[in-house]
Design a protein around this ligand. Sequence first.
Ligand SMILES: C[S@@+](CC[C@H](N)C(=O)[O-])C[C@H]1O[C@@H](n2cnc3c(N)ncnc32)[C@H](O)[C@@H]1O
Length: 234
Amino acid sequence: MSYLNFNLLEFILLMTRKKKCILPQFPHDYIGEKAEEYNQLEWMERNQKKTTLQCVEYLFDPKLGEYKIKNFSHFLILDLGCGTGFSTEVLIDIGYNVVGIDILMDMLEKAVHKTHNLSESTIFDLLLASIIQPPLRPSMFHHIISVSAYNFITYGKTEISEVQQTLNSTAKYLNRLLKKEGRIVIEFYPNNDKELNLFVSSFTRNKFDGFFIKNNPQQKAGKTFLLLKKTDEI
Ligand SMILES: C[S@@+](CC[C@H](N)C(=O)[O-])C[C@H]1O[C@@H](n2cnc3c(N)ncnc32)[C@H](O)[C@@H]1O
């Protein structure tokens, strides 16, 4: 009887912990052994790749307007927060030229090995840098995607003004990196509608048009896609 009770207690504790820690903790969950663990998880690889494909599909969403570029074999895509390269690998497999950036070396060094289908003519670069201000030339990229990473750019910012300032300056910076009519698809996990609105308005204030799609329209928080199109230079 006491054995059974103990198991039940353990189960309840585990479920409570699971409920509280749905989202990974940055940077703790992406350093050292945790980075290795992330890279080995088959379900994680499946999820991230599926989400990346969804992001690519959303780049061409007709609600963003008519798609004018005809030849996308020469596309250069920026993968923000590429981690160990699950998202990057999908982009390379499709045939895009890709620059992946991540702020943690423990994650980024594993992305080097995700290039099985790299043709000689494909451009593929990895950069240890922050999404907030990557050292890249203006007007370089046709499109930008970010899978499960954009949330973290406000890490360590406690004041709402600091959060707003970071989101704004990042959106402005991303506008400059994009070519004319370049598009961005960001998959991320806002905590609530207020936070979602902060992210959306940082882009609409900086010459982007767009909208968001929630995984489940009823959800209050969680997996959300931001679909954006650059409307003008800054
Ligand atoms: C869930 S992981 C990687 C997701 C990756 N796109 C994939 O498909 O597996 C999130 C990544 O975001 C990175 N990250 C967090 N904040 C960042 C920042 N300010 N600049 C660049 N990368 C950042 C983390 O280092 C981590 O590798």
